[in-house]
Design a binder for this molecule. Structure first.
Ligand SMILES: Cc1cc2nc3c(=O)[nH]c(=O)nc-3n(C[C@H](O)[C@H](O)[C@H](O)COP(=O)(O)OP(=O)(O)OC[C@H]3O[C@@H](n4cnc5c(N)ncnc54)[C@H](O)[C@@H]3O)c2cc1C
Length: 283
C-alpha cells in the first residue's frame, strides 16, 4: 500500500513546530526517525493531513550531564545511546537494553523521543525510562513542563503528552556508586519485539537491594511496575528462598495479555524466568 496524501513541512525551530501543532493539532504527526511513522503511513494505520519533519532541529539532539541528571534529546538515535560513554557510565540500563531494539539499520535512524512518544507496550525505552525513574520534558504553547515517567504512560500507545506538545528531551537521575540495574527480554528472534521483558533498577547494599523499580514490558497495554514484588524484595538479602518468593510474586501480580503466539500463562511463566535469571543471588 501507499500512504494517503499529506502535506510535508520541515521547520527550523521548536517554535515553528509548536505553531504548526497549535494550528493542526491531531491532524499532524512528527517525523523523527520515521521507523514507525513511515510504516503506519504506508499501511494507512495513520492518515495525518500534515507531516512535520523535525529532523532539522539540532537542539533536539544529544546526550549531556546536567547537574544530577543525564539529559537525552528527543532526536538522539538508539545507536547514539548504545555507543555513548556517558550512558554507559550514568545509565547502564540503557546500554544493556539498546541491542534488543530491532536491528542496526533501525537503531541508526530510530530516535529516543519517537520511541517514548509512541509508547509501544513492547518497546525497550519506555520500560527503561520507567525503571530509571526518569522525567519527560515537553514543550507546548504554555511553555515547558516535566512529567514523571510514572505519570507519562497512560494506556495503549497513549501518553500524557498533549496534541500541541513536542517531547524535547528526557532526564534520568545519574547512577550512584550503589546503583544496580538489569535488562533482559525474550523474543522469538533477536531484534523482534519482545514477548516479555524486564527492566530493573535498585540500590545495592551488600547482599540486599533497596528502592527497587521492576518494570515489565510486553504484558499489558503499557510498561507496568511490579510494585508488590518491589516491596517484597525491599531490603532483603537475595538468598535462594527470597528469589523464589519474588518469582512467585511477580507471576501472581501480572495479568499478561496474550498475543498471537503466546498465551497469558506463557508470558506469566517467562516473566518469572527473566526475574530469576536477573536477580544477583548472594552466596
Ligand atoms: C522492523 C522494525 C522493528 C522494530 N523493532 C523494535 C523493537 O524491537 N523495539 C523498539 O522499541 N522499537 C522497535 N521498532 C521501532 C523503532 O524503535 C522506532 O524507531 C521507534 O519506535 C520510533 O522512533 P522514530 O524516531 O522512528 O519515530 P517516528 O517513526 O518518526 O515517529 C513515531 C511517532 O512518534 C511521534 N513522535 C516522534 N518524535 C516525537 C517527539 N519528539 N515529540 C512528540 N511526538 C513524537 C510521531 O508523531 C509519530 O506518531 C522497530 C521498527 C521497525 C521498522
Amino acid at each position: 500500500m501507499k500512504a494517503a496524501a499529506f502535506d510535508y513541512v520541515k521547520p527550523a525551530s521548536i517554535d515553528q513546530v509548536l505553531a504548526l501543532l497549535h494550528t493542526h493539532g491531531d491532524d499532524a504527526r512528527m517525523l523523527a526517525g520515521g521507523q514507525t511513522l513511515m510504516a503506519t503511513l504506508n499501511m494507512r494505520l495513520s492518515e495525518p493531513q500534515l507531516v512535520i519533519d523535525i529532523t532539522g532541529i539540532d537542539s533536539l539532539r544529544g546526550i549531556s550531564v546536567q547537574g544530577p541528571v543525564l539529559r537525552i534529546g528527543a532526536l538522539t538515535t538508539h545507536t547514539d545511546i548504545e555507543l555513548s560513554p556517558l550512558v554507559a557510565r550514568h545509565a547502564p540500563l540503557l546500554k544493556a537494553a539498546a541491542p534488543h531494539i530491532a536491528h542496526r539499520a533501525i537503531r541508526n535512524r530510530g530516535t529516543w523521543g519517537g520511541s517514548i512518544a509512541y509508547a509501544d507496550p513492547a518497546a525497550e525505552w519506555p520500560t527503561c525510562l520507567l525503571a530509571l525513574g526518569g522525567t519527560v520534558i515537553a514543550r507546548g504553547p504554555r511553555g515547558e513542563r516535566r512529567i514523571a515517567a510514572d505519570d507519562f504512560f497512560t494506556g495503549l500507545y497513549s501518553t500524557a503528552l498533549q496534541v500541541d506538545e513536542l517531547l524535547v528531551a528526557c532526564e534520568i537521575p545519574l547512577a550512584g556508586a550503589d546503583h544496580w540495574s538489569g535488562f533482559s527480554e525474550l523474543a522469538r528472534r533477536h531484534g523482534d519485539y519482545a514477548i516479555v521483558g524486564l527492566g530493573v533498577t535498585a540500590r545495592r547494599k551488600g547482599p540486599a537491594l533497596h528502592d527497587l523499580r521492576i518494570v515489565v514490558l510486553g504484558v499489558d497495554v503499557m510498561p507496568v511496575r511490579a510494585r508488590q514484588t518491589e516491596a517484597l524484595l525491599e531490603g532483603h538479602a537475595l538468598g535462594l528462598s527470597t528469589v523464589t518468593q519474588a518469582v512467585a510474586s511477580l507471576r501472581s501480580e501480572i495479568e499478561p495479555l496474550p498475543d498471537l503466539t503466546n498465551t497469558s500463562a506463557t508470558k506469566r511463566y517467562l516473566a518469572g524466568v527473566l526475574l530469576q535469571r536477573m536477580l544477583p543471588i548472594a552466596d
